[in-house]
Design a protein around this ligand. Structure first.
Ligand SMILES: [Zn+2]
Length: 343
């Protein structure tokens, strides 16, 4: 794991690399951002930048020396990682206390000690309080890195004692390139996986290509149904089914966003900008069923639902509202609107 091989998050990675190059790093850092945006990889790259025996002047570790290899294997005595045990588990308070004790030691063989706390939000109050002591008086030769996708679940007293490094979703194009180069996906598969991932490498790798194709056909069918004036009584069962679709819901909504973006392009007369090239005939016949502004509003509605679902979880209600709003927009014929606004 090297800085130059990580994608996206130029600002965050630039700051970390500058720390490795100058040898100056705060005693406690907080890496915040959605799942799959490279936070853990960046934490390891930083630890390597300080402990690699052949680090480049720009702060880039060599990836070949004994220190780099041992950090990769999790065997370096100065680079320790702590994660919750099991799915849905907690960071154990005794493990945190052990870390607080250990963080006081000077480096065994490297230049600086790093303690990386994965999913730091999974700490109960006594674990967080045990950690606070180290955050208040950080030892001079150790750095604690808290990694979280849920900053709101951390105690404010913990957050305020760390220097925050913010990670954002990865750029889709760079992801697609990385997926085909480093994970052996075909160009088309990589483009689709990246497009439905919402900028999360973790999610892109989880979702299989055939699954995406099926979901995409379903998303298109739903938009076609919505454009043909459905009654609210027909929408509720659809919302219910969607709310039960588990981990397929997020990629499904991302695919709807992709299709709506394409429909907007077609409606705006910019057909060459469509991404789902193989679906062009279907998009061409669907696009004129609503006006450009209706497609734009429909896009905003789905985007709003995605955002709402990522924060709180009345899934069914959110999806019902989304479908009602979508059906209201997609079933407004462009020609009728044009006629109505004509003086
Ligand atoms: Zn090295």
């Amino acid at each position: 794991l090297l800085f130059s091989r990580l994608i996206g998050n130029r600002e965050a990675l630039g700051r970390l690399r500058a720390m490795a190059a100058s040898g100056r790093v705060p005693g406690s850092l907080l890496f915040v951002g959605p799942e799959g945006t490279g936070k853990r990889a960046a934490a390891i790259a930083l630890a390597k930048g300080f402990n690699c025996s052949r680090v480049a002047p720009g702060g880039e570790p060599c990836e070949e020396c004994a220190a780099c290899l041992r950090i990769d294997r999790g065997e370096h005595p100065d680079v320790r990682r702590l994660a919750p045990e099991g799915k849905g588990g907690q960071l154990r308070v005794d493990a945190v206390r052990e870390l607080v004790r250990e963080i006081q030691f000077r480096p065994f063989e490297g230049r600086r000690r790093f303690f990386i706390l994965d999913e730091a939000d999974r700490m109960n109050e006594s674990a967080a309080n045990a950690l606070l002591k180290s955050l208040e008086e950080p030892p001079p030769s150790s750095t604690l890195i808290l990694v979280t996708a849920h900053e709101g679940d951390l105690l404010p007293t913990v957050v305020s004692r760390c220097q925050k490094i913010r990670f954002v979703p990865l750029p889709i194009e760079e992801m697609a390139e990385h997926l085909s180069k480093s994970h052996g996906l075909s160009g088309a598969e990589a483009a689709l996986a990246a497009a439905v991932s919402g900028g999360s490498m973790k999610r892109a790798l989880e979702i299989r290509a055939e699954e995406i194709q099926t979901l995409r056909v379903e998303a298109l069918r739903l938009l076609e149904q919505l454009a043909s004036e459905m009654k609210p009584s027909e929408l509720f069962p659809l919302a219910d089914a969607l709310s039960r679709s588990g981990d397929k819901l997020e990629p499904f909504l991302q695919l709807m966003l992709g299709l709506l973006r394409d429909l907007t392009a077609v409606a705006a007369g910019e057909r060459e900008k469509t991404v789902h090239v193989d679906l062009r005939p279907a998009l061409d016949s669907l696009a004129p069923r609503a006006s450009l502004s209706s497609w734009l509003e429909a896009y905003a509605q789905v985007e709003q639902a995605v955002r709402a679902l990522s924060v709180y979880a009345n899934k069914r209600l959110t999806l019902e509202t989304m479908l009602l709003e979508l059906s209201r927009r997609a079933a407004t014929p462009a020609s009728a609107l044009a006629g109505a606004t004509r003086p």
